[in-house]
Ligand binder design. Structure first.
Ligand code: ADP
Length: 241
């Protein structure tokens, strides 16, 4: 093994940040964080911080309208200050790809057919990147859509599973993503039991893949419960005010 590659599983079996393989990072979430958007959410998975804003359903120019449903547009963007090296603010190929996979995941749950000829715009801004920005972004987007009152079949919770030093681990951070053997982001609509996003970078055996999907689903269920609690709290606050 080369000198520069850090050990990702310690002698005691714990990960670089002291977590067990099946542990999530500390997760924080809040909705209604922006005054001018129809819906918004701030989500933190450890050092990863993402904000999502939703506008719509609103009128859209004829050229982009669809006659039978709303157009869902998603922009995933990393702020120039979100990474250790200043990132160019111009959209990269990676950001264009991530916008597309997040849009496809959300299209699986949003009832776009209720708003023909309208558009629903979702902006995801990564404020600080420490691994799992697309999955934290998906969770934030789903919360922001719910906050905007957009009808959906279910909420979607995102989480990335990885393989590091031969061990399948939940919710990988940047170091684990960079030096691990595999990285598998997953979006799970836990209420209806549907996986709406699944990507795999690296190699897993069929047994490891099965284990990774199960671990991802269990992790996403915990995030999903926290999402529901966050939305519930918002409505309790409205009732109490
Ligand atoms: P994800 O953030 O969904 O895990 P990637 O696997 O592409 O997506 O990226 C892993 C991590 O690498 C990111 O979370 C971020 O911490 C870091 N990273 C990604 N793009 C850049 C970049 N342009 N500059 C510096 N770090 C980056």
């Amino acid at each position: 093994m080369s000198e520069s590659r850090p050990r990702l599983i310690r002698e005691d079996g714990l990960r670089v940040d002291g977590r067990k393989p099946e542990d999530l990072r500390p997760i924080r979430m809040e909705v209604e964080v922006l005054k001018n958007a129809n819906g918004s959410a701030l989500v933190e998975y450890g050092g990863t911080k993402v904000i999502a804003a939703v506008y719509g359903p609103r009128e859209t120019p004829k050229a982009v309208q669809l006659p039978d449903r709303a157009v869902l547009r998603v922009r995933y963007h990393m702020a120039p200050f979100s990474t250790s090296e200043h990132k160019s603010p111009a959209p990269t190929r990676r950001e264009i790809e991530l916008s597309k996979v997040i849009r496809e995941a959300l299209e699986a749950v949003v009832f776009t057919d209720q708003f023909p000829r309208a558009s629903i715009d979702v902006f995801i801004e990564v404020l600080q990147a420490d691994g799992g920005t697309r999955t934290a972004g998906l969770t934030a987007a789903s919360l922001a859509l719910a906050d905007a009152g957009i009808p959906m079949r279910d909420l979607v919770a995102g989480v990335a599973v990885g393989k590091v030093d031969g061990v399948i681990v939940l919710d990988i951070n940047e170091l684990e993503d960079e030096y691990g053997e595999a990285d598998m982001p997953l979006g799970y609509a836990a209420g209806i039991g549907e996986i709406v996003l699944l990507q795999l970078n690296g190699v897993l055996t069929p047994e490891e893949f099965k284990k990774a999907v199960e671990l991802g689903k269990r992790g996403a269920e915990r995030i999903y419960a926290q999402m529901k609690e966050t939305l519930h709290k918002k409505y309790l606050a409205v009732l109490e005010s």
